[in-house]
Design a protein around this ligand. Structure first.
Ligand SMILES: Cc1cc2nc3c(=O)[nH]c(=O)nc-3n(C[C@H](O)[C@H](O)[C@H](O)COP(=O)(O)OP(=O)(O)OC[C@H]3O[C@@H](n4cnc5c(N)ncnc54)[C@H](O)[C@@H]3O)c2cc1C
Length: 390
């Protein structure tokens, strides 16, 4: 097994890291203070990132993407994780559903400007009564002449406040049963009948805002359906599993890298009882566990990414990535606080923010319990031969 990462992929990570350090880090103190990225810098930052060829890195070249694979996407994700989550809008420069199943018209109208940095979007699946149980959506799309009328409510939708359009899921066949009869739509956020609700205040991730969306007789034309009517949930399951390897897995690796670097540097310079704290075995053990788990997570993520790049199904590896990396980063952040002592709890250092921000990963995009359920169900259906080397 050759685990060497091609130098051109490492260069992608370095380019993204330079962008984060020079363009984004200088804005962080202001965002932490105000809780928002100033509106006037959003488009210039997105366009700058697009010009580096980093927005929409896995999106097809014909639409302005870089057409690269998931291993490249992962390295990029690790570098992006060094920035505040408030900057997620810069990094979400593509949409796997639109790219894979959108019509030519939808790609030209929405995907191209999204990749170019001229538009922002959001993905609206979750509802007040359908989170983990996402197959049980209540938002209805009723057929009318030349399109659909949407009625219902979404919540916790990241970036809804700034989005130009939403990739939104609604039930088109209420009789089909859980997880069926759901359609994916592109909905213009300025559509009559769509109303943005409250910004929902969160524990962490300052500046990456979540909001409610209310739909009352909101008209969406037929040509704004992504893929086939009633097949939206299948589409989402097929593509979102792969995306999760990056949006969660690689992101958690980037954050855990930062925890390890900051903690090692602190442990080597902070003195107690006449020596640097790294000379105390208890502190060494925490660092050892951080490094070991980070490396384990990286192998899991890269293996899942290469599986996608080979065109194979990402399941159950994508669920393993989501489960392990989200729990790993929580332990890494917790150890980082512990190693920094009182300074780890103090707002003068970034550690306390990283600790708060990391908590969300075990919940979003399919909580740990749901991932365990998916892995267990997969083993029940397929057996364990994929995980036994004989
Ligand atoms: C910061 C943030 C950003 C988000 N961004 C978006 C977004 O952009 N778009 C979007 O659509 N959604 C978004 N979400 C929603 C997110 O994906 C959901 O919160 C998540 O899927 C969990 O759903 P829930 O909150 O309804 O929890 P619930 O489904 O109510 O679950 C509550 C608890 O019960 C457990 N549980 C549920 N069912 C089972 C079961 N069968 N077996 C065992 N345990 C179970 C869960 O694991 C969890 O621990 C976001 C959420 C947050 C917090």
């Amino acid at each position: 097994m050759d685990m060497t990462i091609p130098s051109e992929l490492l260069e992608i990570k370095r380019t993204a890291r330079r962008f984060v350090d020079t363009e984004l880090v200088p804005l962080e103190a202001e965002i932490e203070r105000t809780g928002s990225v100033p509106r006037e810098v959003r488009k210039p930052l997105m366009r700058k990132y697009a010009q580096l060829g980093l927005r929409g890195i896995t999106m097809p070249e014909a639409y302005g993407g870089a057409g690269l694979g998931y291993l490249a996407f992962c390295l990029l994700g690790e570098a992006e994780a060094r920035a505040l989550d408030a900057f997620q809008f810069i990094f979400r420069g593509g949409d796997p559903l639109l790219a894979s199943a959108g019509s030519e018209m939808l790609k030209q109208k929405y995907l191209v400007p999204l990749i170019r940095g001229d538009m922002e979007h959001c993905v609206a699946l979750t509802e007040p009564n359908a989170g983990s149980d996402a197959g049980n959506l209540q938002t209805k799309a009723t057929r009318v002449s030349e399109g659909f009328l949407l009625n219902g409510a979404k919540h916790f939708i990241s970036n809804a406040e700034y989005a130009d359009f939403a990739v939104l899921f609604a039930v088109t066949d209420p009789k089909a049963g859980s997880g069926r009869g759901i359609t994916a739509f592109v909905v213009d956020m300025k559509s009559p009948g769509l109303q943005l609700g409250q910004r929902q205040r969160m524990m962490g991730r300052q500046g990456w805002h979540q909001s409610e969306i209310f739909l009352q007789d909101c008209f969406v034309p037929n040509d704004h359906v992504i893929g086939e009517v009633d097949q939206g949930f299948e589409l989402a399951k097929r593509f979102l599993a792969s995306t999760r390897i990056v949006t969660v897995g690689a992101n958690c690796i980037g954050v855990a890298e930062q925890c390890l670097e900051l903690s090692l540097a602190y442990a080597q310079q902070r003195q107690t009882f006449g020596k640097p704290i790294i000379k105390h075995q208890a502190v060494q053990f925490m660092l050892a566990d951080m490094a070991t788990e980070l490396h384990t997570a990286r192998l899991l993520v890269y293996d899942a990414a290469v599986t996608v790049d080979r065109g194979e199904s990402p399941m159950p590896k994508a669920s393993m990535v989501k489960l392990y990396t989200s729990e790993m980063v929580g332990r890494a952040a917790d150890r980082a606080v512990q190693i920094h002592g009182g300074m780890g709890y103090c707002r003068d250092l970034p550690i306390e923010r990283i600790y708060r921000d990391a908590r969300v990963w075990r919940i979003v995009d399919g909580a740990s319990e749901i991932q365990r359920q998916m892995i267990g169900g997969w083993l029940d259906r397929h057996g364990c031969s994929q995980f036994i080397v004989s």
